[in-house]
Design a protein around this ligand. Structure first.
Ligand code: AGP
Length: 612
């Protein structure tokens, strides 16, 4: 969602801000803007891409060593030049950029219109900067104090940056519910929604906490206080991120790069945690909660989108191996449906970005009821990682493509390790079986590497099916979440309608859709309910549907029935999602490329969904 960049220091701000905006493009947006102060406060913004903004400012005055820049993902007001950020205050002395939603903006706006304010845009953001200036003038307080007072009147979520024409040595940042990182350089500060625009300048960062305001003055040390006027000491951390991880490294798209990174990212998720030879699984981040987990009467998994699909695989794993009942909940439903949460429940929150607003709110709810919350996040230092009681990072590395790929397989890997560890502790698994599974899990990165060899074949398949307007994805057991994930990937990036279904449920409705035009992707690997899936394939064939089957190497039965088969290496049933997902990611990728879609930044989507 909206991306924020700010700079104050000795260098020209413009190139740093623009570079930052390009780095944040992956978050998803529909307009961009920039404001810079030297002798004047200059503000430029436009609908469209960051490159459109760059063209727009050509020949204009962009000099200055303090500035703020923004990519906007529209919530209040359509994506156009006027609604784009930054927004001026009434006098045009202040400019503000904002990520989040001011829920009580309508009321505040009405009050200010009554006091003579004029608004240009339909946004909630413009209301906030008017409010800040209104307080500054009427209460005769400093800008910092006016920001603090205004934020006490605001209901909602925000990450904001403010600059002022009158004070080119001051930049103010604040956050609640939306992320903000401050990079500390030599007499300079870089501020952004995440670390990606900062990492090439400095590794020293401070993550702003909830309801904190940063007063960033040229030549001075960073000062923090809460909106309740309590001074805070900045906690400086060192970034582990490296620049190469943020670039395409020779691949045409980030998504393809990230698909190909999976042998490595799965390995990284297991590194230092799995020792098959010694029969050890050790998840350091949650070791204090091992006993609670082992004795849990129930696990609730909360997540959204792809992370929710990983949660479904987790349900099968925990129930199969550790015999603990699991409920997998969409965070957005869970938070509003008055769920029954007990103090001895373990809640596992899964999120790539660690910033998903619904997941955060669901965590807060479960926390308030006394449950223990464990996080599985990819982004280090993210909000979810910080609000959970404990957790484990997936260590998949930065995921830039909006369509989640390597984060999913890393989440599943971590859930697998957790389930195996608990099963071992609880004694719900035979030692010999446990050791066998650990050995097989260790071989998964190589098997994913082997699976990636189907890429050319999938490209051919994609060529055949670019015509299709609908797809059905079917799977059973562990392969049901894989079917859901395959369908989501195709929808997201190729804009083709696709549905994932448990294969046996097809005859209760979706079978009506099947005709000779309808491609049906079936994950039909050789374990579990294989024979039943073969029958489901026959049902599709009997209605002339086109079958694309993901099968285990050496399969014969499905080969006889399917129009196309894609072979993946043999593995244990519970590890199949880690392999079978890969050809489905490639299929959606190639179809999207052939349909000329913007693979890494699909329309309307945002990488981290920081509004509910
Ligand atoms: C995945 O391809 C999606 N873009 C989306 O469904 C995503 O998984 C969802 O928004 C949850 O994000 P999170 O993992 O960062 O919480």
């Amino acid at each position: 969602m909206c991306g924020i960049v700010g700079y104050i220091g000795p260098k020209q701000a413009f190139p740093i801000l623009m570079k930052g905006l390009y780095r944040l493009e992956y978050r998803g947006y529909d307009s961009a803007g920039i404001a810079i102060v030297d002798s004047d406060l200059k503000l430029y913004k436009t609908k469209g891409k960051v490159s459109d903004l760059e063209k727009f400012v050509q020949g204009k005055d962009i000099s200055g060593t303090i500035g703020i820049a923004h990519t906007r993902w529209a919530t209040h007001g359509e994506p156009n030049d006027i609604n784009a950020h930054p927004h001026y205050s009434q006098s045009k002395n202040l400019a503000l950029i904002h990520n989040g939603i001011i829920e009580n903006y309508a009321l505040l706006k009405e009050e200010m219109i009554g006091r003579g304010h004029q608004f240009n845009s339909d946004t909630d953001t413009e209301v906030l900067i008017h409010l800040i200036e209104d307080i500054q003038i009427n209460e005769n307080v400093s800008l910092e104090e006016a920001v603090r007072m205004a934020l006490n009147q605001v209901i909602g979520a925000y990450a904001i940056l403010i600059i002022s024409r009158d004070n080119p040595d001051l930049l103010i940042a604040a956050r609640k519910g939306s992320p903000m990182v401050i990079g500390i350089g030599d007499d300079e500060f870089f501020i952004a929604s995440d670390a990606s625009p900062i990492v090439e300048f400095t590794k020293e960062v401070v993550y702003l906490e909830e309801e904190e305001i940063a007063c960033i003055r040229r030549g001075e040390k960073l000062k923090l206080k809460t909106i309740h006027n309590k001074d805070k000491t900045p906690f400086i951390q060192s970034l582990e991120l490296n620049l190469e991880a943020l670039e395409k490294g020779g691949y045409e798209h980030f998504m393809l790069k990230e698909i190909y990174e999976q042998p490595q990212s799965i390995m990284d998720s297991m590194r230092g945690r799995l020792n098959a030879e010694k029969g050890i699984v050790k998840l350091g981040g949650i070791s204090d909660y091992e006993n609670k987990l082992t004795n849990a009467k129930r696990i609730i998994i909360i997540a959204c989108g792809t992370s929710w699909h990983a949660g479904l695989v987790g349900e099968y794993l925990f129930e199969d191996l550790a015999r603990i009942p699991v409920e997998v909940e969409y965070a957005s439903e869970f938070r509003y449906r008055h769920p029954i949460i007990n103090e001895d429940d373990i809640v596992i929150a899964i999120s790539q970005s660690g910033e998903t607003a619904d997941t955060l709110a669901a965590i807060e709810l479960a926390k308030s009821k006394g449950a223990t919350i464990l996080g599985i996040c990819n982004v280090v230092g993210s909000s979810i990682a910080r609000v959970t009681h404990a957790g484990s990072y997936t260590h998949a590395g930065p995921e830039i493509g909006v369509a989640s790929t390597k984060a999913f397989t890393a989440q599943v890997t971590l859930l697998t390790l957790m389930a195996l560890d608990i099963a071992h502790r609880k004694g719900t698994i035979e030692m010999s079986r446990y050791r066998q599974l650990l050995n097989e899990l260790e071989s998964i990165p190589d098997k994913v590497r082997e699976t990636l060899k189907v890429d050319d074949q999938i490209k051919e398949l994609a060529r055949i099916y670019t015509y299709a307007r609908n797809f059905l994805y079917l799977g059973r057991g562990y392969n049901f979440p894989v079917a859901l994930e395959g369908a989501l990937k195709l929808k997201e990036i190729s804009y083709i309608h696709a549905e994932g279904y448990p294969a046996a449920e097809m005859k209760h409705g979706p079978i009506a859709l099947i005709d000779r035009e309808m491609p049906v992707v079936v994950i039909a690997t050789n374990k579990g309910t294989y024979d039943k899936v073969v029958s489901n394939i026959q049902e599709v064939k009997a209605r002339n549907g086109k079958i694309i089957a993901i099968v285990t190497k050496g399969d014969t039965a499905v080969k006889k029935l399917a129009d196309y088969v894609v072979e993946i290496p043999e593995t244990e049933e519970l590890f199949v999602p880690l392999l079978a997902t890969v050809p489905l990611q490639l299929l959606s990728y190639h179809i999207a490329v052939m349909r000329d879609c913007n693979v890494d930044m699909p329309r309307n989507l945002a990488k981290s969904v920081t509004v509910e």
